[in-house]
Design a binder for this molecule. Structure first.
Ligand SMILES: Nc1ncnc2c1ncn2[C@@H]1O[C@H](COP(=O)(O)OP(=O)(O)OP(=O)(O)O)[C@@H](O)[C@H]1O
Ligand SMILES: [Mg+2]
Length: 325
């Protein structure tokens, strides 16, 4: 075990995290690559590339190689993985064994693509783990017993909903809709209601600062700067948290309906376990203010956000890497 040389990777739509048992999270960077549009030469990866989003000149192309939880640019995914693995652990004599996490809805072809990308990126052995199973292990749930654990992982591009028992998924549903779609909903709402065009980074900032699935006890507001949809000139408006609840309503409802569909097909014995333990929420998207409360109210099952929801998946892959090979 102590010579396991295993690492866990959460290859997410929004960010990539790497975990090593002894050291914890050793890398956490955005899944973004900046390339020269003409030569495809890589100019920046991760944090540096993210800073360029929305601000790069014409010759620089910003690529998010994973879209909605699937690989949309295979070559860039491989380059990005290679860069991150090297950055996290350097050049080691013994190549690492890697457990890598994919959303539960990905096809076998996509899984093989991830596996091969990890091998090309320098992994000696690769195992693929479903995101909800990793999230459950990382949230310290005991998944190896005959007991139903319901996990809802809301990331940037996908929401994975699953009931895990005896080490595997009993039922699951994967929704290509998550945190980044919440940002899009805010952009759409502000354009429709205030004739203001804002960028993705601003929308995300607004969401985290005052957004929510329900109103906050004290009404919050924030000044948002963008471009007038009518004149094309700079414009700023003040938006309230109540407006954001309205703008996010549809997308929150769709998420809850997807959870409901999984509850519906869950065998009764497992449902009674879930009623006891509640629904565990992981992933950055689950931090949307009040989302846990709305789920609890609508489904009649207590939902709670795990401790450190953004690192549950990677921690789960890292722990799995210590015993699977
Ligand atoms: N405090 C917060 N409130 C609301 N949303 C948040 C908060 N913090 C992070 N997020 C959102 O979490 C999302 C990213 O979550 P996460 O890092 O789990 O995604 P990912 O694992 O990269 O994506 P996926 O699992 O879909 O491939 C982003 O959309 C981000 O805006
Ligand atoms: Mg994720």
């Amino acid at each position: 075990m102590f010579l396991s040389n295993g690492i866990g990777i959460d290859l997410g739509t929004t960010s990539v995290l790497i975990y090593e048992e002894k050291r914890g999270v050793i890398l956490d960077e955005p899944s973004v690559v900046a390339v020269d549009r003409y030569s495809r030469k890589i100019l920046a990866v991760g944090n540096k590339a993210k800073k360029m989003v929305g601000k790069a000149p014409g010759n620089i192309k910003i690529i998010r190689p994973l879209r909605q939880g699937a690989i949309s640019d295979y070559e860039m995914t491989e380059m990005m993985l290679k860069y991150f693995i090297y950055k996290a652990i350097g050049k080691r004599l013994i190549k690492p064994k890697v457990v890598i996490c994919v959303p539960s809805g990905v096809t076998n072809v996509e899984k093989r693509a991830v596996e091969s990308a990890a091998r090309h990126a320098g992994a000696r052995k690769v195992k693929i783990l479903a995101e909800p199973v990793a999230a459950a292990i990382g949230a310290n749930l005991d998944i190896n017993h005959a007991f139903g654990n319901m996990i809802v992982d809301i990331g940037g591009g996908t929401s994975d909903i699953a009931v895990v028992s005896l080490g595997g998924e009993v039922v699951h549903n994967s929704l290509r809709l998550a945190g980044e779609d919440f940002d899009q909903a805010i952009m759409f709402y502000i354009r429709k209601k205030h004739n203001l065009i804002i960028g993705e980074t601003t929308a995300e900032r607004v969401k985290i600062a005052i957004g929510g699935a329900i109103s906050r006890p004290e009404s919050g507001f924030i000044t948002v700067k963008g471009k007038s949809f009518v004149s094309g000139l700079p414009k700023s408006i003040v938006i309230t948290s109540e407006e954001l609840v309205e703008g996010l309503k549809t997308i929150v409802n769709t998420t809850i309906e997807a959870i409901y569909r999984v509850v519906e097909i869950t065998p009764p014995e497992l449902i009674s376990d879930i009623m006891k333990q509640g629904i565990i929420l992981t992933g950055g998207g689950s931090l949307l203010y009040g989302l846990d409360k709305v789920i609890t109210k609508r489904l009649g099952i207590a939902a709670k956000v795990a401790d450190h929801p953004k690192t549950c998946v990677v921690k789960g892959t890292g722990i799995y890497a210590t015993y699977v090979f």
